[in-house]
Design a protein around this ligand. Structure first.
Ligand SMILES: C[S@@+](CC[C@H](N)C(=O)[O-])C[C@H]1O[C@@H](n2cnc3c(N)ncnc32)[C@H](O)[C@@H]1O
Length: 435
């Protein structure tokens, strides 16, 4: 273990070093956050985590649980849910998550929105696609996924956001364990590099925040240079920003008032969170665009599957996107998705997309649906066609009434429509454990 790292930690928590050292030997805390928009009344025998209202401790991998595939929960290190709890998102807020992949915090923000809107931005293109996949799995509608450098957002969306989360790329000390490769690569130079990048990201975030808006800055590292020192620099640079009370009882106070630190002794792997308020300044609205007309065949599909036609539409070539919120103008930005990808017009028919059947708002709305057994779910998630009598046509396949995808039924068999990238590998299987 790097002695410089240990000396620095000793300087932060001089009386708790033994506890910290023993925490490095035990497995990471694992967490499960319920998606309240899909899983409305979960009865769980799991222990609640103190960091947010829907977070629980788990002690095994649950990625192949059918409820995970259906987007009923997100797997996340428990203390990572603290930042969004502190952001205190309101149902009608316009929120920006500036460093969003893989989407733990974005999906948590979205679970608090109703009429509001979420812009989830990720700098790294591969990670942005993972973010989109998680947003789809959790069934989020009022959102867009961007893949831009934070500074590129400023020309389009300056002063547009009520709340901004900057969950900054950091040296990740809170996510390292004693034997990790990451621990061997730890260095003060890397910490300094991260601090410089964090300041650049905060400069953009400042310009994107509305007057009277709220910003939360968080990292999963212990390094003071990336936490309190970055915040002090931000306050000195922008005198109209102030630190405000995070209003929570978990964790412990950081080295400046109104900041929060979480160490493993506080029952999570490690986080730093600061809540900031912009005292004054102008506000703008996200620039909306006109809804596009859709054709009769697509309308007929919506009526047949949902019983209504979604209010706002956008068409890109033959692909159709829908939302119950105006579409936002994104010209000049790299937008991976806005709203729900409903499907594609192919010749004289409409071919639905996986995302269409994952929308949290429609979870009880899909008219044509069927429950599969665990064995059938396993076969379906491996891309197989299954023998399963059901109503003909496109059909939502469900676990206990919760859709996890769709297929096309001829009345006796369901043809598989799970996207190739989401299918299970041959040696991986659905596992249902008691939660
Ligand atoms: C701590 S992670 C975000 C985790 C995410 N908030 C979640 O809860 O799932 C930080 C993210 O910042 C991204 N990033 C890297 N360089 C960046 C930059 N220059 N500006 C903005 N984000 C950057 C990383 O790719 C990474 O996905």
């Amino acid at each position: 273990m790097n002695p410089d790292f240990l000396n620095r930690i000793q300087s932060y928590i001089p009386n708790e070093m033994d506890d910290f050292l023993s925490s490095l030997d035990r497995p990471m805390y694992r967490g499960l956050r319920v998606n309240p928009q899909k899983w409305k009344k979960p009865k769980l025998s799991l222990k609640r985590a103190p960091f947010s209202e829907n977070e629980y401790y788990v002690d095994e991998a649950l990625g192949n649980h059918p409820y995970h595939l259906a987007g009923l929960f997100y797997l996340q290190e428990p203390s990572a849910s603290s930042a969004v709890e502190i952001l205190d998102v309101q149902p009608d807020d316009v929120v920006l998550d500036l460093c969003a992949a893989p989407g733990g915090k974005s999906t948590q923000i979205a679970s608090k929105l109703d009429t509001g809107f979420l812009v989830a931005n990720e700098y790294d293109s591969k990670r942005a696609r993972i973010l989109l996949s998680n947003m789809e799995r959790m069934g989020i509608e009022h959102m867009m996924v961007l893949n831009n450098d934070p500074s590129q957002l400023v020309t389009k969306f300056a002063r547009c956001f009520d709340r901004i989360l900057v969950d900054a790329p950091c040296s990740g000390e809170g996510m390292m364990k004693k034997h990790d490769e990451a621990m061997d690569q730890w260095s003060v130079e890397h910490i300094q590099f991260c601090a410089k990048r964090q300041k650049q990201i905060l400069e953009s975030a400042y310009q994107l925040l509305k007057g009277n808006g709220t910003m939360v800055y968080s990292t999963c590292t212990y390094a003071k240079e990336e936490n309190e020192d970055v915040i002090q620099w931000f306050l000195d640079t922008y005198p109209d920003m102030e630190l405000i009370d995070p209003g929570v009882s978990f964790g412990r106070s950081g080295f400046i008032k109104n900041t929060i630190r979480i160490f493993p002794m506080d029952k999570g792997e490690g986080h730093f969170v600061a809540k900031l308020h912009k005292k004054s300044g102008a506000t703008n609205r996200l620039p909306v665009q006109k809804s596009m007309p859709i054709d009769a065949i697509t309308k007929e599909f919506f009526i047949e599957q949902l019983g209504f036609v979604p209010k706002y539409h956008e068409m890109q070539k033959d692909k159709i996107y829908v939302m119950d919120h105006s579409f936002i103008q994104t010209k000049g930005l790299h937008c991976l998705r806005q709203g729900i990808f409903a499907g594609e017009r192919i010749k004289k028919r409409f071919e639905p997309a996986h995302a269409f059947y994952m929308n949290a708002k429609w979870i009880d709305t899909y008219k044509n649906r069927t429950n599969l057994s665990l064995e059938e779910i396993d076969a379906f998630m491996h891309g197989l066609e299954i023998e399963h009598p059901s109503q003909k046509g496109y059909i939502a396949v469900c676990v206990d009434g919760y859709p996890f995808g769709f297929g096309k039924s001829d009345g006796k068999h369901i043809k598989n429509k799970i996207p190739k990238g989401l299918r299970l590998l041959p040696n991986s299987h659905i596992k249902r454990r008691c939660l």
